[in-house]
Design a protein around this ligand. Structure first.
Ligand SMILES: [Zn+2]
Length: 175
């Protein structure tokens, strides 16, 4: 949900604070919706829904914390873009990838193995490993086609399960 440097010249394409809304489901789950104006996989845009996971790793709560911090610093006045740096500049794709790689280096990982696209690949892979249905993964990532399937990395544990699953599916009736 970053923007590339070229998009900064077209403010209409930048995700702004006005593209986000928060709400609560009838059964009490807090969530937010983001109106993505355009993306590589969906040029006409789509709506992204992020619910509170109720865990310590929660995108909804992270965004709420970020918005609270942002409000305290009065950054709405200086920049209407949704994601800005602590100095008030728009968070570009290049800056996001650069910061990610710095953090990975600090943690001992090889930063060359990661790009901005790694987040989408990682999300699709994790969803696939957790038995999300294809249509759920498509909705999660805003994919219009089934191209996401080629991004799902097969884990060795998942591959090990193939034989047993095939044996069950392939068992002849009455055997
Ligand atoms: Zn949460």
């Amino acid at each position: 949900m970053t923007v590339d440097s070229i998009s900064i010249k077209n403010p209409a394409k930048i995700l702004s604070v006005h593209d986000m809304q928060t709400s609560v489901t009838p059964n009490g789950i807090k969530y937010l919706t983001l109106r993505i104006k355009s993306s590589k996989t969906c040029p006409s845009g789509f709506t992204c829904t992020i619910g509170c996971s109720g865990t310590h790793v929660c995108a909804y709560c992270s965004v709420m914390y970020y918005m609270h911090t942002r409000q305290q610093r009065n950054m709405y006045i200086t920049n209407p873009a949704l994601f800005v740096t602590s100095s008030g500049h728009i968070l570009t794709h290049e800056l996001f990838v650069s910061r990610t790689r710095s953090l990975l280096t600090g943690l001992g990982y090889d930063p060359k193995e990661y790009s901005g696209h790694s987040y989408r690949v990682g999300c699709a892979s994790t969803a696939g490993a957790n038995q999300f249905k294809d249509w759920e993964i498509q909705l999660l990532g805003g994919w219009r086609s089934d191209t996401f399937k080629r991004y799902i990395r097969q884990t060795q544990i998942h591959a090990v399960s193939f034989a047993a699953r095939l044996a069950i599916k392939g068992r002849m009736p009455g055997s």
